[in-house]
Design a protein around this ligand. Structure first.
Ligand SMILES: [Zn+2]
Ligand SMILES: [Zn+2]
Length: 88
């Protein structure tokens, strides 16, 4: 939660800004920036598979166990981001 530096009221996110509900003070939101950074960062991930730390990347493939579509590609195998199930 963020508070207005001018009047101390609660600020709510509006687009990419944080806007004060009382005085209308606008501030560029930080949440979106964090989200973007995280998204870029996410494409290359380090995961632990079979006790080894390996580099993987985010891919789209349906997990046969839980049906989640976002998986981590490690070599020729995939690791489900949701349940951790490894399949190829
Ligand atoms: Zn304010
Ligand atoms: Zn899964």
């Amino acid at each position: 939660m963020k508070f207005c530096p001018k009047c101390g009221s609660y600020m709510k996110p509006k687009g990419e800004f944080m806007v004060c509900i009382k005085c209308g003070y606008k501030e560029k939101g930080v949440e979106k920036i964090i989200y973007t950074e995280k998204k870029n960062h996410d494409r290359d991930v380090t995961v632990v598979a079979d006790g080894k730390t390996v580099k993987g990347s985010i891919a789209l493939n349906l997990c046969p166990r839980c049906g989640n579509a976002v998986v981590i590609k490690i070599g020729k195998k995939y690791k489900c981001k949701s349940c951790g199930y490894i399949f190829s």
